[in-house]
Design a protein around this ligand. Structure first.
Ligand SMILES: Cc1cc2nc3c(=O)[nH]c(=O)nc-3n(C[C@H](O)[C@H](O)[C@H](O)COP(=O)(O)O)c2cc1C
Length: 186
């Protein structure tokens, strides 16, 4: 692990004005100086299919796998869809999980975040996501939990404007930095 940390961020929303992408941007902006967060676009990731996999990783999958392989940790920022994880995110995780037990996500320390327009701030999706992380032997930062509820009141012009939430994300990124150092993935 190098002196500065490389963190890969996955966003579960493809929406242009996504609150969750804006939340991940805040995580980039509020990270300690020696932590670099890169948000990876999942729009080009094809649907997982073992027949396709058998012919070799499609180019966008290979690029994401390479980036994840080089990362010291991962932030997963996602909305909740139908009380769970959006298909876009689950699909990307399925590609990154392969080959079973040896994929680039395996054992990677994770920080989970989510923003919703409802009252529970993606709590149910994050509970499911924790199970997925458990299967991938990924240690998950326990606290602080980033559950942004009523997102429409906390972002302005595509930027997280709520000071309390910004402070919480700053704390999360400081703690995640130590957590990643304490849980090296390889
Ligand atoms: C297909 C779909 C399912 C949704 N299901 C939930 C849900 O289960 N719980 C919730 O709090 N919000 C749900 N929402 C609302 C999202 O929280 C809201 O659209 C949010 O802004 C999406 O995140 P984004 O701004 O990053 O795209 C759902 C939205 C969509 C499009």
């Amino acid at each position: 692990m190098s002196a500065s940390l490389r963190i890969a961020a996955l966003c579960g929303s493809l929406r242009e004005d996504s609150y969750n992408r804006a939340m991940l941007q805040a995580a980039c902006d509020l990270s300690p100086e020696d932590v670099t967060v890169t948000i990876h676009d999942l729009a080009g990731i094809p649907l997982f299919n073992e027949d396709v996999e058998a012919k070799g990783w499609p180019e966008p999958v290979q690029a994401l796998r390479d980036a994840m392989g080089k990362a010291d940790g991962v932030i997963i920022g996602s909305p909740e869809y139908n009380f769970s994880i959006p298909g876009v995110l689950k699909n990307a995780i399925d590609w990154l999980f392969r080959p079973a037990g040896k994929g680039p996500l395996f054992g990677k320390p994770a920080c989970l975040m989510g923003a919703s327009q409802g009252a529970f701030g993606t709590l149910r999706a994050q509970m499911h996501l924790r199970e997925v992380c458990h299967y991938n032997a990924m240690p998950v930062l326990p606290k602080p939990e980033i559950l942004i509820m009523k997102a429409q009141d906390k972002f302005e012009d595509g930027t997280l404007s709520d000071e309390t939430t910004r402070k919480l994300i700053r704390t999360a990124m400081e703690r995640f930095k130590s957590f990643v150092r304490d849980h090296p993935s390889s």
